[in-house]
Design a protein around this ligand. Structure first.
Ligand SMILES: NC(=O)C1=CN([C@@H]2O[C@H](COP(=O)(O)OP(=O)(O)OC[C@H]3O[C@@H](n4cnc5c(N)ncnc54)[C@H](O)[C@@H]3O)[C@@H](O)[C@H]2O)C=CC1
Ligand SMILES: CC(C)CCC[C@@H](C)[C@H]1CC[C@H]2[C@@H]3[C@H](O)CC4=CC(=O)CC[C@]4(C)[C@H]3CC[C@]12C
Length: 414
């Protein structure tokens, strides 16, 4: 079978930036009941693997928005798990509740930029899922720090695998490795092979592109013991779901504005979104299948996708915020684009002027405006063809879970 992943490879140049620049299918439609039913009615091969809890997994960034879902998904869906190591700069208190289960949960407070800390955490792990990263498109951190965490941190993870003999590495990349690009060209329902000029200037996509390249190039390197490293990269589009900070920010902004949000982006601009539970599920499946399908999957990239509808960023958010009492005002943008661009530029100036006094990092800046205002959607089945991925959560379930979570945020704010 030929290799895939030529077109929207995301290996295009960073024109600026730092320095320049044995699948267990889910029981469909049963949601959280799946694992319980699998215990009651084990599938062929299941009893064997349940008895052989032998694998050690490491999740970097395991206390982040996505990382927490990956951690919980592994505990629910990976019967071979013996020990789960969670490595993060900031450990969450919720980790305590996981420590009473059958799998040994080891919380490691550490920094991916510190090679020795990473090597100590990786040593003895069979699989590393590297989700840790600095997600900053608002100018909160310097480009150098973003580069250090996202690129050097990833380099440290790769070297730790090589030095300690860990063979399987799953990297959380991003749609941003591909685009939208600086020209604002649309990427309409594209797949991993769709040609697209992946050229970026912003430190975040630059860092993700460089890190992804490192991960893919490391595929096949000999690790301690002489066996080859098998790597692959997952590219989520905009992730939503329980714990999504930006959704929370929009919700609070709407409350402050008397239950209203004002349309800024034309409804015709599609923005790709994927439910966090499905992104986590895809990570778990890839981690499981990398060993058995190394020749096919090694060095590959996969977009993370599910059945979430294609909509504009704001209309999509309203799927959750609407049932929580917010209203999106306007069928068309209330302000002309040039004025939004002006306000976005003004925000950059204010951020710079205020930096000595305080951190001013609003949602609107020229980069986020360009992101929201450029069509970027994915339509692919590569993950299904390569490792049997089907979304674990339907759109209805993803929506319901997210709405419940926003409602709980509201409850806790009162
Ligand atoms: N949120 C989104 O829409 C998307 C996120 N991604 C990628 O998914 C991954 C996870 O993102 P989120 O969960 O949204 O972000 P997050 O900020 O919630 O989680 C990142 C985690 O990494 C940890 N971390 C940061 N710097 C670290 C360091 N130096 N050492 C150790 N841990 C460190 C943070 O403490 C945090 O727990 C990132 O790699 C991001 O680039 C990709 C596509 C979309
Ligand atoms: C007020 C504006 C007009 C609207 C601002 C919306 C923006 C804050 C968000 C629009 C698109 C988002 C990004 C996109 O979903 C892709 C991403 C991928 C990642 O890897 C990290 C997160 C993000 C950059 C995401 C961030 C918020 C937006 C820019």
């Amino acid at each position: 079978m030929g290799r895939e992943g030529g077109g929207a490879s995301g290996r295009g140049p960073c024109v600026a930036g730092p320095g320049a620049c044995r699948r267990q299918p889910p029981v469909a439609g049963l949601g959280g009941l799946g694992p319980w039913l699998q215990c009651l009615f084990p599938q062929p091969g299941m009893a064997d693997s349940a008895q052989a809890q032998k694998l050690v997994y490491l999740v970097t960034g395991g206390c982040g928005f996505l990382g927490e879902h990956v951690v919980r998904m592994l505990l629910q869906q990976e019967p071979q798990l013996r020990e789960l190591r969670i490595f993060d700069l900031h450990l969450g208190p919720w980790l305590e509740e996981l420590k009473t289960g059958p799998v040994q949960v080891t919380a490691i407070q550490g920094d991916v930029t510190q090679a020795h800390e990473v090597a100590a955490a990786v040593a003895g792990a069979h699989v590393v899922i590297h989700t840790a990263g600095l997600v900053d498109v608002f100018g909160k951190t310097s480009p150098e720090t973003i580069h250090e965490v996202n690129v050097q941190g990833t380099r440290n993870v790769i070297e730790a695998c090589v030095q300690t003999g860990t063979r399987f590495l799953v990297y959380t990349s991003s749609m941003e490795v591909v685009g939208p690009n600086i020209k604002g060209q649309p990427f309409y329902r594209g797949n991993e092979n769709t040609p697209y000029e992946a050229v970026h200037r912003h430190p975040y996509p630059c860092s993700k592109a460089l890190a992804e390249q490192l991960v893919l190039e490391a595929n096949g390197r000999k690790v301690l013991g002489g066996l080859p490293l098998v790597t692959c990269a997952l590219r989520p589009t905009g992730i939503y779901g329980e714990g999504h900070q930006i959704m929370r920010d929009f919700y609070h902004q709407g409350l402050r504005l008397g239950g209203r949000l004002f349309r800024a982006i034309p409804a015709s601009v599609e923005h790709g979104r994927v439910y966090v539970g499905n992104v986590a599920w895809m990570h778990v499946l890839v981690a499981r299948e990398l060993e058995h399908r190394a020749a096919l999957m090694g060095g590959q990239v996969y977009f993370c996708y599910d059945n979430s509808p294609y909509k504009s960023y704001e209309d999509f958010n309203m799927e959750f915020l609407g049932p929580c009492g917010l209203r999106l005002v306007g069928t068309r943008p209330l302000l002309p684009y040039w004025l939004l661009l002006f306000l976005a530029a003004l925000n950059v100036l204010l951020q710079w002027l205020l930096r000595p006094l305080l951190l001013y990092a609003p949602l609107l800046n020229p980069y986020t405006l360009a992101m929201a205002n450029t069509t970027f959607t994915v339509s692919t089945d590569k993950a299904r063809r390569h490792f049997g991925y089907e979304p674990l959560f339907s759109w209805e379930e993803s929506r319901t879970r997210t709405i419940r979570w926003v409602q709980a945020v509201e409850g806790s704010a009162q």
